[in-house]
Design a protein around this ligand. Structure first.
Ligand code: CA
Length: 226
């Protein structure tokens, strides 16, 4: 069955253009032209991915994302203005899976959509449970537990932690992590890695008073048994 994509975008011409391109690629498309309608459709429908403009009437894209993440982990690609660095960082912190800057090339958008959907599919291929002390990551179930307590991660956070745990005690550079977790050209965007490392630390190291994720200055990051 075709993947369903929800476009939340108030520029109706742009939304229609993207819809046509996505239809052409075989996706089913739904559209919402304001934040409130978008949130309702995201919560009540079962789309596979949301393309979410940040600047929206009614409710901003970031507010929509914040409310959505309380209930659902549907992959979200944020659409931001060229210079809105804060929107990008805030959006990633709030659980967006990726972002793209306006104006964008349709080919780039399609690549990011494919990557986000592939990440969603990847865990289904399984893999052994990775554990370190009380921390247990189950790729097949896409679940993380600490001392039996469930920790909610976004798809990207999960993928990053999985790569770190699979390479336990091996220092990985930001570039290497970009390549392994984001898997297409994000050259020069290594700050995205730092944002996600911070997010993982908040949910695991800081939350449980342990230290798994270490910074190796000038080199990168490494997962070590706590
Ligand atoms: Ca807009």
């Amino acid at each position: 069955m075709a993947d369903r994509i929800l476009i939340v975008e108030d520029e109706e011409k742009l939304a229609r253009f993207v819809e046509l391109e996505l239809n052409h690629e075989g996706y089913e498309v739904q559209k919402a032209f304001d934040g409130r309608t978008g949130l309702m459709m995201a919560l009540e429908g079962d789309c596979d991915l949301i393309l979410l403009d940040v600047m929206l009437p009614g409710m901003s894209g970031l507010e929509l994302l914040r409310r959505l993440r309380k209930e659902k982990q549907t992959p979200v690609i944020l659409v931001t203005a060229r210079d809105a660095v804060m929107d990008k960082v805030t959006g990633l912190d709030m659980g967006a899976d990726d972002y793209i800057t306006k104006p964008f090339e349709i080919e780039e958008l399609l690549a990011r959509i494919r990557a986000a959907l592939r990440k969603r599919m990847a865990p289904a291929t399984g893999g052994n449970v990775l554990s370190s002390g009380e921390l247990k990551l189950d790729p097949a179930r896409h679940e993380l537990h600490y001392a039996g307590e469930r920790i909610e991660l976004t798809h990207r956070e999960f993928a990053l932690l999985q790569v770190l745990m699979e390479n336990r005690s091996i220092v990985l550079s930001r570039e290497k992590l970009l390549e392994l977790v984001w898997d297409y050209d994000y050259a020069g965007e290594t700050n995205v890695v730092d944002v996600y490392i911070r997010y993982l630390r908040a949910k695991i190291d800081d939350a449980y008073g342990v230290k798994y994720i270490h910074t190796v200055r000038g080199v990168g990051y490494v997962f070590r048994d706590a």
